[in-house]
Ligand binder design. Structure first.
Ligand code: GAL
Length: 347
């Protein structure tokens, strides 16, 4: 064999080998509390976050947590080819002198989606103004032309000011809906949140709203820079937080937690055949001992991601004494005979 041919064959062999290497690490992550090291030998500090696949890399965006919620206000960005070796890119949320994002504000649950029209990566997050605790309850976004960031802060806002939901029948609004009317003119709250992008390119923000009583699903406009005014209220009065929304085989699922701050509680599962509902409560998606079912293995959902036809539910196991040392929990999702997702924390 000529030298060039040997090099060519080695080159092909290398690329054939890549996918095998990429997906052989699952058991390392699954089912147990983890701290994960990055390529600087520091712990991956990316809580309440999101893993996305852009340009042949997995990106992990998440809260740069300090000891307390307000002790840092950043988002860390890591990238990986194989979900195993994580390269720290940067602290990737950039403010300017005039914005309301400053030291002491709270940034939680960042999620990133790509907008084809503007060719921008858009990061949405829960935002609280400095010194105001959790009372601002705003959604905010930042944009970048590169998934590596930096993401430039654009603005923060309340949801659907002065607007009524699509499911605004009297019985729905009267059902524990007092906070809805309280916030009608200022805009509805957005605390714990996630972003969901459907197969048709439409995208939505799902927020814990109305003082955490009710979930609100709001449609994003085409450029992902604001809302269309189309929204629904989900599970009014049920106190759902940490929402995670995903789709599988044409059905939509929400896994969320109850409302007990940093302390874990039982996960809840809702399903629907349309993103616009009606959403039906279908139980606790955890199958395990009573304790694990009651506290979701000690975790609270952050996001779901899929690869290789698998759905993975990723949670934070919060340590409220020092949030930066909170562990992660990767739960492989299985499907029961009724087509519902569940996890018993094993593969
Ligand atoms: C949790 C929420 C976290 C954080 C915390 C503050 O319920 O999921 O993201 O906001 O409350 O107490």
């Amino acid at each position: 064999m000529k030298r060039n041919e040997i090099i060519f064959r080695l080159f092909i062999a290398f690329f054939l080998f890549l996918p095998i290497r990429a997906f052989s690490i699952d058991p390392v992550y699954f089912g147990k509390p983890l701290l994960i090291k990055d390529d600087r030998n520091d712990y991956v500090n990316a809580h309440g976050g999101d893993i996305k696949y852009f340009n042949s890399f997995f990106y992990w965006y998440g809260e740069d947590k300090g000891v307390h919620a307000a002790s840092k206000n950043g988002v860390n960005i890591y990238k990986s080819r194989d979900l195993h070796t994580w390269h720290f890119i940067r602290q990737g949320l950039v403010s300017n002198n005039y914005s309301d994002l400053k030291k002491g504000s709270i940034v939680e649950r960042p999620k990133v989606i790509y907008n084809k029209l503007t060719k921008k990566y858009v990061m949405f997050f829960h935002f609280e103004k400095a010194g105001a605790g959790y009372s601002s309850a705003l959604i905010a976004f930042a944009t970048s032309s590169n998934p590596d960031g930096p993401f430039n802060y654009v603005r923060s806002f309340r949801l659907n000011r002065g607007e009524y939901p699509l499911n605004a029948e009297a019985s729905h609004l009267n059902n524990n809906g007092n906070n809805f009317f309280r916030d009608l003119s200022s805009g509805q709250m957005s605390r714990d949140m996630t972003v969901f992008e459907d197969d048709d390119g439409s995208a939505y923000i799902l927020s814990s709203s109305e003082g955490n009583k009710t979930l609100i699903l709001s449609e994003l406009n085409n450029s992902f820079t604001g809302l269309t005014k189309k929204f629904i209220r989900i599970a009014p009065g049920e106190y759902n937080e940490a929402p995670v929304l995903f789709k599988s085989k044409g059905e939509y699922f929400i896994i969320c937690s109850g409302s007990s701050g940093w302390r874990p509680n039982a996960a809840r599962l809702y399903k629907s055949i349309s993103v616009w509902g009606p959403w039906e409560y279908v139980g606790n998606p955890i199958r395990s001992s009573v304790t694990n079912m009651k506290n979701t293995f000690g975790g609270q959902g952050a996001f779901q991601f899929s690869y290789n036809n698998r759905n993975i539910f990723v949670l934070d196991i919060w340590n409220d004494k020092n949030l930066s040392t909170s562990n992660y929990l990767f739960l492989p999702i299985k499907w029961d005979k009724n087509g519902l997702p569940f996890s018993n924390n094993t593969e």
